[in-house]
Design a protein around this ligand. Sequence first.
Ligand code: PMP
Length: 390
Amino acid sequence: MSLFDKFQPLVQDRQSLLGQGVDPFGAPIEEIYSPTEARINGRRTILAGTNNYLGLTFDKECLDAAHAALDELGTGTTGSRMANGSFSGHRALEREIAAFYECDKAIVFTTGYQANLAVISGLANNEDTIVIDADSHASIYDGCRLSGADIVRFRHNNPDDLDKRLKRLGERAANTLVIIEGIYSMLGDKARIREFIEVKNAHQALLLVDEAHSLGVLGERGRGLVEEAGVIHETDFIVGTFSKSLASTGGYCVSNHPQLDLIRYASRPYIFTASPCPSVIASTRAALKRVENGADLRARLWRHARRLYRHLRDAGYELGPEPCPVIAALLDTREQALALWRGLHEHGVYVNLIFPPATPDGKSLVRISVCAAHTDEQIDKICEAFSVLA
Ligand code: PMP
C-alpha cells in the first residue's frame, strides 16, 4: 500500500461534495467588505461563520496599532523567542493579559492551537494522567497526545462523571490535570464550571479551562466563563486564543502558579516555532483594551444571539441547549446539512458546515457564529434564509 492510498476515501468524499458546486470546506473569500460582509463565489454574502464575535477585524485602533508596528518593527520576528529573543510587545502583552485576569503570570503563544499543545504537553508527561471532556477541541486532544500522558475522558459537561473518573484514579487524582472549555464550540453550551471546580477541589486535581470561544463574550470585562462564574482564582490555568474576539492570531495561558513560566523552557510548541509578528501583537493589545471596555459590544452580540436562537428554534430547527453566540442547527445526515449549507450560501449567508467525527453524537452541524457588528437587517436576512429552508 502506498503512502497515498489512504487518501482514496477522502478523494471520493470530496468529489461527492464538489460535484454539487461550491466547496463548503474551502469557500473562496474573494473580497472583504467589512467584518460581516464579503464576496464569496461572486456573491455578496453575510459572514455568519467567522468567530469574529466582537467584530474587531477593522477596528480603527487595532488597525492603527498594527500599521505602526509594521513600520517600526517589520513584518515578522523570523524565529522563536528562545532563539531570537522577545520583542517588547510580546512582553508587554503578557503583562497586560496577566493584569486583565489579575493573575501573576501569562505566556503568549503563536496560535491558540499551540497554546493548548504547549501548556498541556509542558505540564504533563508519560507518568501523568489527563482527564478531559469527551467533546474537547482537537488542540486539547493533540496536546494530550504530545504529552504522552494517559488520557481519560468523561461524559460531556458532566461533573458527576468527572468525579467518578477521578475516584477511580485513587491517589493519582491529586496529580491530575482536568481540562474543560468555557463555551463549547460545537453546540455553544457553557461548562458547568462551578460544579467542576468543586469536584477538582475534592480530589485536589488541577483545572485548565480553554476560553477560546468565551473570551470577550462572557463576563462584565469579557474575561470569559471564569469571570461570569467568579472562579478566576480557583482555576489553575486559563488558556485562550487571539483568533476570535481579539480578531488576530495567537494564544495565551494565564495562571497564579509560578511554574507557568517554566513552560517556556520545557515545551516544544513554545520553543520550536516563530513568535507572533509585531503587527499581530500590536493589534491584539489594542483589541484586548476594547474587549475589557466592550460591554456595549457584548450587549449587541447577545441581543443578536438570543434573537437568532429564538427564531431558529421557532422555525423548527434542533439547536444546542442554550442561546449563545455559537448557534448550531443539528441535522441527522450529512446530506441534510450540506443541503442547508448550500441553500444558505445561495441566499447570501455564509455559515460553517461540520461533519462527524468532529461533532457530538454523530450529528452534522450547520453552525452560525454571531457578530456584534452584524446589523439588525443582516440578522433579519439570516432569519429569513433559515425560515425559507426549514
Ligand atoms: N481551542 C478551542 C476550543 C478552539 O475552538 C480553537 C479554534 N477553533 C482553538 C483552541 C485553537 O485556536 P486557534 O484557531 O486560534 O489556533
